[in-house]
Design a protein. Structure first.
Length: 133
């Protein structure tokens, strides 16, 4: 009790905010097959939203397989969307070394110590889980 919850203030447009809210909600919950079907139906109508949700779920630490299943596409589609929306060109080798600045390392360390999962942080920083600890 009394601990402060970490939060981030984002300056994003309404569509991005909706996608982020939906992805964060999905990422935190265990979904029933009926709920997943309902999400599929909603996302089928809005392909751009589907892409945004998938990428945001990956940023939140959901696996490629789990993300693909929830948004109702194949794993290769999720990978392609990550490359497209995160500005990584197609054909970029998967073993690209990501440099984390000293400031980034400090922030990463503080967030890890405050209880954020290694998996989530690794996905967000695009580094391996081993580099988080």
């Amino acid at each position: 009790m009394g601990d402060k919850c970490p939060y981030k203030v984002l300056d994003i447009d309404e569509d991005e905010a909706f996608a982020l809210g939906l992805a964060l909600n999905i990422a935190r919950r265990q979904l029933t097959p009926e709920q997943i079907s309902e999400i599929h139906e909603q996302l089928r109508r809005d392909k751009e939203l589907r892409k945004q949700i998938a990428v945001e779920m990956r940023k939140q630490g959901k696996s490629l397989r789990e993300t693909a299943a929830i948004v109702g596409v194949g794993k290769s589609s999720v990978e392609r969307w990550e490359k497209e929306l995160l500005g990584v060109p197609n054909g970029t080798p998967s073993k690209v070394k990501v440099k984390v600045t000293e400031e980034g390392k400090q922030e990463l360390y503080e967030r890890y110590k405050s209880g954020e999962s290694q998996k989530k942080l690794a996905a967000e920083y695009k580094i391996s889980q081993q580099r988080v600890s």
